[in-house]
Write a protein that binds this ligand. Structure first.
Ligand code: ADP
Ligand code: MG
Length: 605
């Protein structure tokens, strides 16, 4: 009889658990901050070096641990947060699995220093790759300091997957920001290689949000309160003018725990349906409170996913609460207008009205729309001077791809066509001999812009234009990290970007064809594109997609009345462009209807 099966040693099981809980420095920090908050800390400081790859230190002023507890805390499944089965039904702490500390300690050089309230001295425990090396007494204030050095030093496969220091720093900043939003009553600092990323004093949610999403953005946030006895909803949501290119500014919390949940996100996006464009996401910080037994947080070791007992009730409560604020249209241009509108919470009429309000605000002459601040978030001074928002916007012309000194008039197929006129302000109708040529004006101008950008790119760099006033853009830490990483490449396609402290970036130049449009939204899109590419892909892999993005932003979408001169200009530009190359979105640009086809329709043949 052979024995094939054996129980794994604990150092190995801890390493396996670490595989799930500890993905990167930011996940270590999330676990450590959760522990600090569970320990009642009111001050938490995070220090990292080399993006947390070299060192992570989290210090708190919580209740600390006795030496016995500190030693126990490093054992697998050791927790002070639950005791019996039924406790799983009523979890009010962020932790409960008793896995984080032993997992982290098994894949790093780890030290835990802690002093319990009322104790005369602290204890320091040194662990290397899961093995206790030293336990000694030390002097320290009440609280706990955990330092994690050389994460994954004994797990080369994982180490390989860590990204550059900037990228990891970006993730760390985002995690701290996310947790800081959940507890404005706790002060947080975060420094990276001695540089301060965040310094957040104890305050209220409004001020905390202003510091995390940016002061400018926070002025477009509106409070939400709603739900019923079962699920209460509170927090802030953005006006439709304040959008992001991804979900990074959707902060959602269940019973104080940050979560990424499909049901919750769906409810938010449903409320914004028809109010913001597809592919755009609002800025929200929403807190859902439920009886603890109604939500299962024990779904995944990272506890980012949850399961609701009554999913649709939570979904509808959330959607309703967000819609209720949107329906009040606090961003309508004049208060009198806002008052005259009856309160409706759902339905088409409400969407149409909001869409109209958003449209009206888009038509305002300044680049950044300014909304009346009925209940704006007031930010603490963040040291970022606010950008002059009187940026004078020049009248919009549909096709600005033409350089100032246009090359000699081209002759070619499109220029030779006789223009009949425009149909539905979307299509250009032309004729040649026996053909009726229908041109999709938007597709054509986008393609012209794309091809021109490609040519410029091949012959060196894309024409850049300085903005009248440098503008600032508020991003997430990860987005800033991407911008820094690809700064030189982005300069090659016409952008001049510079970190401006915290999560703000200064934009001083943009590709010429978009410089007079709204380059900020374009930058968000480009950073989102680059982020999804990850680090292994070179910038050049993303380049065609980015050029097509720029082209797309350079032209006006939808119906647009053109005069004869503008039509002629576009036709000429089409001839100057290499149309043989593939078009950015693969849509046809023109369609020919022959005389013979028409005659067939009219039964003339
Ligand atoms: P969990 O948080 O799921 O209980 P952890 O492995 O994260 O598991 O932590 C184990 C235990 O160590 C916790 O239950 C808690 O009692 C203690 N502990 C961890 N970090 C701290 C801290 N910063 N302050 C006080 N106690 C802590
Ligand atoms: Mg924990």
């Amino acid at each position: 009889m052979s024995q094939r099966i054996s129980i794994l040693p604990e150092t190995l099981t801890n390493k396996i658990a670490a595989g799930e809980v500890v993905e990167r420095p930011a996940s270590v920090i999330k676990e450590l901050i959760e522990n600090s908050l569970d320990a009642g800390a009111t001050e938490i400081s995070v220090e990292i070096s080399a993006g947390g790859r070299r060192k992570i230190c989290v210090t708190d002023n919580g209740h600390g641990m006795s030496r016995e507890d500190a030693l126990l805390s490093l054992e697998r499944h050791a927790t002070s947060k639950i005791k019996v089965d039924s406790d799983l039904e009523s979890i009010l702490t962020l932790g409960f699995r008793g896995e984080a500390l032993p997992s982290i300690a098994s894949v790093s050089r780890f030290s835990l220093t802690t002093r319990e309230t009322g104790s005369l001295e602290g204890s320091e425990i040194i662990i290397e790759g899961g093995k206790v090396r030293d336990v000694r007494a030390c002097g320290m204030p009440t609280g706990t300091v955990i330092c994690v050095e050389q994460l994954f030093f004994n797990l080369p496969a994982r180490l390989k997957f860590l990204k550059s220091a900037e990228t990891e720093t970006g993730h760390v900043g985002d995690v701290v920001a996310r947790m800081a939003v959940s507890r404005p009553d706790v002060s947080f600092t975060c420094t990276s290689d001695g540089r301060e990323l965040l310094r957040l004093q104890q305050s209220d949610l409004q001020r905390r949000l202003a510091q995390v999403v940016g002061r400018e953005s926070s002025q477009h946030l509106y409070p939400v309160t709603g739900g019923g006895e079962y699920a209460t909803i509170s927090g802030f949501i953005s006006a439709p003018s304040l959008v992001r290119s991804g979900t990074q500014a959707i902060f959602t919390y269940i019973n104080g725990r940050f979560i990424r949940d499909k049901v919750v996100q769906h409810a938010v996006m449903q409320a914004y349906r028809g109010v913001i464009d597809r592919g755009r996401y609002p800025v929200v910080a929403l807190f859902i409170k439920l009886p603890p037994g109604e939500v299962d947080v024990n779904v995944h070791p990272t506890k980012h996913e949850v399961r609701f007992r009554r999913q649709s009730v939570v979904h509808d409560a959330l959607q309703g609460a967000v819609e209720e604020v949107l329906s009040r249209s606090p961003w309508l241009p004049s208060p009198s207008m806002a008052n005259s509108i009856p309160k409706e919470t759902t339905g088409q009429a409400y969407r149409e009205r909001i869409a109209a309000a958003a449209q009206a605000s888009l038509a305002m002459p300044t680049r950044e729309r300014v909304f009346p601040q009925q209940f704006p978030v007031t930010g603490e001074p963040s040291g970022v001077p606010s950008r002059p928002h009187e940026t004078v916007r020049e009248p919009v012309t549909p096709f600005e791809a033409e350089p100032p000194h246009s090359p000699p008039q081209a002759t070619g197929y499109f220029s030779s066509l006789a223009v009949i006129g425009q149909f539905h302000s979307e299509y250009i109708l032309c004729q040649s001999d026996t053909e009726l040529v229908v041109i999709d004006q938007h597709a054509a101008s986008e393609r012209v812009a794309y091809q021109r950008l490609k040519q410029q790119c091949q012959s060196g760099s894309i024409e850049s234009q300085r903005l009248l006033f440098p503008e600032t853009i508020e991003l997430s830490f990860s987005e800033v990290a991407v911008a820094v990483r690809f700064n030189a490449d982005l300069a090659g396609i016409g952008f001049e970007l510079e970190p401006f402290g915290g999560t703000t970036l200064m934009v001083s130049a943009a590709p010429r064809i978009v410089a007079r449009k709204n380059p900020l939204l374009l930058i968000r899109d480009i950073l989102a594109d680059l982020m999804s590419f990850g680090t292994s892909a070179a910038f050049t892999d993303a380049l065609d997609g980015l050029l097509s993005r720029i082209a797309c932003h350079s032209v006006i979408r939808g119906v647009h009345l053109l005069d004869n001169r503008q039509i002629k200009e576009l036709l000429q530009q089409m001839d100057q462009t290499d149309f043989a190359a593939s078009c950015p979105h693969g849509r046809p640009v023109s369609h020919v209807v022959t005389l013979a086809e028409l005659q067939k329709i009219f039964k003339r043949t």
